[in-house]
Design a protein around this ligand. Structure first.
Ligand code: GTP
Ligand code: MG
Length: 194
């Protein structure tokens, strides 16, 4: 994967607009505001590639980015209480609809804020990925907000909460400081070659 090459492909507001999945897809899923779009920008070192906001609910469509060896898919966040119920249902419809399609899921990057335990929706998401046998990695975001020892403690706690085996992957990252980005890139590389 050449991270110097990337372009925005399109934003999709309904499931039936989605293009047929031909290339491997690296998808980013997680609560609103967890840092999905920021992580995408950090991977490609391009600040404005995906729109970022301190207000949750920024990404309201499924956004595709074309990179050299895969498509990157920025999903709307789930679990944001402050948008209308209709809008929340539309987003969860998009996320569920996307994952129920017959697509080339190379890797689902499932993001959780490192400062908190996994939410009920995070657990549902990860259970779904396990049941479906989809390749995924859990990424704990905003590691710069904690000390190194707190990071280690949270990694262990969330591992335990999710019932992970020692070989199940979990990576602490910071899109601000660049922590964990190399490890994530290696994981993506490996997933594309599978
Ligand atoms: P939605 O599109 O609303 O679902 O959110 P998102 O998951 O795409 O989050 P986004 O990347 O827009 O980031 C949300 C907020 O968290 C922004 O204010 C970011 O600057 C901040 N943020 C993201 N990643 C990090 C990080 O690694 N460290 C710190 N300190 N802040 C971060
Ligand atoms: Mg976003």
């Amino acid at each position: 994967m050449n991270y110097n090459e990337v372009s925005f492909k399109a934003a999709y507001g309904t499931i039936n607009q989605l293009p047929k999945s031909v290339r491997p897809e690296i998808s980013f899923a997680g609560r609103s505001n967890v840092g999905k779009s920021s992580l995408l920008n950090k991977l490609f070192n391009r600040k404005g590639l995906a729109k970022v906001s301190s207000t949750p609910g920024k990404t309201a469509t499924i956004n595709f980015f074309t990179a050299s060896s895969a498509d990157f898919v920025d999903l709307p966040g789930y679990g944001y209480a402050k948008v209308s119920k209709t809008e929340r249902q539309r987003w969860s419809g998009l996320i569920e609809g996307y994952f129920h399609q017959d697509r080339r899921f190379a890797l689902v990057v499932s993001l959780i804020d490192i400062r908190h335990a996994a939410s009920e929706l995070d657990v549902q998401m990860i259970d779904f990925l396990m049941e479906e046998g989809l390749p995924f990695v859990v990424v704990l975001t905003k590691a710069d907000k904690l000390s190194k020892s707190q990071v280690n403690r949270q990694v262990a706690a969330i591992r335990k909460q999710l019932g992970f085996e020692p070989e199940d992957p979990i990576i602490a990252v910071s899109s601000e400081k660049g922590t964990g980005i190399d490890v994530l890139k290696r994981t993506i590389e490996y997933a594309i070659q599978e």
